[in-house]
Design a protein around this ligand. Sequence first.
Ligand code: DSN
Length: 413
Amino acid sequence: MSVLSQFDPEVASYIKEEETRQHDKIRMIASENSVSKAVMEATGSILTNKYSEGYTGKRYYEGQQVIDKIEDLAISRAKELFGADHVNVQPYSGSPANLAVYLAFIKPGDTILGMALPHGGHLTHGSRASISGKYFNAVSYELDENTGLISYDRIEELALQHKPKIIVAGHSAYPRQLDFKRFREIADKVGAILFVDMAHFAGLVAGGAHPSPIPYADVVTTTTHKTLRGPRGGMILCKEEYAKAIDKAVFPGIQGGPHNHTTAGIAVALKEALSPKFKDYAAQIVKNSQTLAKVLMEKGFKLVTDGTDNHLILIDLRNKDVTGKQAAKALDRAGIVCNYNTVPKDDRKAFDPSGIRMGTATLTTRGFKEEEMTQVALWIDKVVTNWDKEEVLDQIAKEVKELCNKKPVPEMF
Ligand code: DSN
């Protein structure tokens, strides 16, 4: 960053500061990861200079000789990785991708059925705070009160009662795999489009550590930066019959020109995900969250659904003497970064709920395995027990930094 440091030392120093923070901390936000140097170089390239509204061979600007090749490459790699008929790699991120799906299939006032936000759904799955809940008649399914699991029978009941045009499967905070076959059966019963948002677990699908929604869903969206370990972006994968509607909804429906530098970064990340090593990576993410879950439960923590089979865990802190926000803030001071999160039947507000959510993708990227995850769980226990004792938290932060120094983010995967 020598030129940036010379021209704008203020921004350069902030980037350096953030780089140090990312290096020194145990990053457990379930929607984050660390990209390779190759992805970073593609994303930070001169491709940011080019405007390319439209699609390959049908652009509204000249000079697309190279951009067309890059976009086609990203699309063909995504098709190969996920076995999809059609892929659009232009969505700026997951929320615009989801909006494009609604635009492609439904009209304002139509009914959608998605997972409730406080139960692990996403804002764009019909939350009243989002356009998805303001423009559409959003009906929400909740988790089973006793098990914390998705109740497919309940989804079916709601589907039969409300006849949604779209059923949304997918989540931001559900620690279990989804039964896409069952979702398909429910959608077929009411003639709904089955829309799967696999943003959180796309990398696990790519690496074979989570069932794929592709054979069952009409349309699948994903971000590219979570378990998939690419730059910040989005993709829509769909059956051939919906290709035109989806492309039209992304451009000109929701967006203008695609971010070509991001498309190139996505292409590189997809090449990484196609390598045999990515299977080991995806499997290790799950082993790591299961190790974390096991040790925490041995220490008396209550986990929603009593465990995990994906990249995340959701800790219900109601049997501990601390709220989600107090715990998240104490953990951050101790060098362990996560987010506070609502849990099923939470009686606290979303801004200071009863739980915390933690993911293992970023730690797996930097080489953490079962041994390190056990240590992380022991630190989490110590922080939660001593959340208001600054000297204990600061001592843990030092130990965290020592471990992080031994496990830098590798430049290549
Ligand atoms: N808000 C993101 C998350 O943290 O899960 C998903 O978009």
